[in-house]
Design a protein around this ligand. Structure first.
Ligand code: PHB
Ligand code: FE
Length: 334
């Protein structure tokens, strides 16, 4: 089928696609990679190989890669396909962090300007997401990704990630969540107290003291596995999120991340970032805290909707400090 530059070219960045195929979906090309979907699967090909993924898992991973601007370090869609963020440009790879592909010399990497890969990924996500399927929702709270093309869900797939400038609920900053602004309490958090704290400031300090019910705020999250930035102090970012089912990506860290388990339970499978060799299984229960090292990749499993605080260090020089050995890949010596 003829490939052409599509009209999704909104930011002056060409997206190469075909007309819809027999299932109603476009085929996309980015460099030497080609992406195609049918009713159940996504097929990815590159000069030395090919790979397939279930379309629901693929769209959930793609959604996060796009919404997070390629995140910190590596976003593995699975053990084969993924992206590496170089903050300005992005590697798209197949088999690069997979020992078997590397040894067989079947791995493939191409580098793109962030705007180019983002435009292609956004078009693909929009074209391949059917009406009623929300890649950010838990599987129990959304429709199906499968089947021939059936409408779209542009509102869901272009949802903006919440990023506070200072703190949720401050005047001019990202708002609190309420029934009235479209964020009802989630079915698994109906027991979470919704009272807001009373703030009594010294006269003259009314604009400088702020508090809100953090658990109530989280109980009203409509998405899963999508850390929002709820409080910022220089490079210290508090990124709470509600989790249910499986983290749709396997995250390869380029810095240390701290996890504070606020409710329920998450199991983490932790592997070597570059080879995928197993490093540990971590079971986190309410109140548990852990630091994920900078040289691992991890994927979380949450049997019930749970509240997690991810504490990120946004400093730009961290990846270089760690890869050059000037900083250790773990944060504490005991
Ligand atoms: C992570 O990779 O550290 C991560 C990503 C998304 C989440 C939680 C943790 O929701
Ligand atoms: Fe991570």
């Amino acid at each position: 089928m003829a490939l052409k530059t599509g009209a999704a070219d909104t930011k002056g960045v060409g997206v190469i696609w075909t007309e819809p195929d027999e299932n109603g979906y476009r085929i996309f090309r980015l460099g030497e990679f080609e992406f195609r979907r049918d009713e159940y699967f996504v097929y990815i090909t590159w000069p030395t190989g090919s790979h397939l993924m279930s379309v629901d898992a693929f769209l959930r991973a793609l959604q996060r890669d796009v919404a997070w601007e390629f995140f910190y370090g590596i976003v593995n869609f699975d053990g084969v396909i993924g992206t590496v963020n170089h903050y300005g440009n992005v590697d798209l790879f197949a088999g690069r962090y997979n020992d078997a592909y590397r040894k067989a010399e079947l791995d493939h990497v191409e580098n793109f300007d962030t705007a180019a890969i983002k435009a292609t990924f956004e078009s693909m996500l929009d074209d391949w997401t059917n009406q009623g399927f929300d890649p950010f929702a838990s599987p129990d709270e959304t429709g199906q990704a499968f089947g021939v093309k059936r409408g779209s869900n542009t509102t869901a797939v272009t949802r903006q990630r919440v990023t506070a400038t200072r703190m949720v609920g401050l005047p001019g900053d990202t708002p609190l969540r309420t029934d009235d602004n479209g964020f009802p309490v989630n079915r698994h958090f109906l027991d979470v107290d919704q009272d807001e704290p009373e703030v009594i400031a010294e006269p003259g300090f009314e604009d400088e003291v702020h508090a809100y019910n953090f658990f109530a705020y989280l109980s009203r999250s409509d998405v899963t596995w999508n850390p929002s930035v709820a409080a910022v102090c220089k490079d210290s970012l508090f990124c709470p999120t509600t989790e249910e089912y499986i983290l749709p990506i396997v995250h390869g860290n380029d810095r240390v991340e701290w996890f504070l388990q606020l409710s329920d339970e998450i199991r983490w499978e932790v592997e070597d970032r570059d080879t995928g060799v197993k490093r540990s299984n971590v079971i986190m229960k309410p109140g548990d805290m852990c630091a994920m090292p900078a040289d691992i990749r991890h994927q979380g499993y949450a049997p019930k909707r749970s509240m997690l605080l991810v504490w990120e260090n946004g400093a730009e020089d961290l990846p270089e400090l760690i890869s050059s050995g000037k900083l250790s890949s773990y944060p504490v010596e005991f």
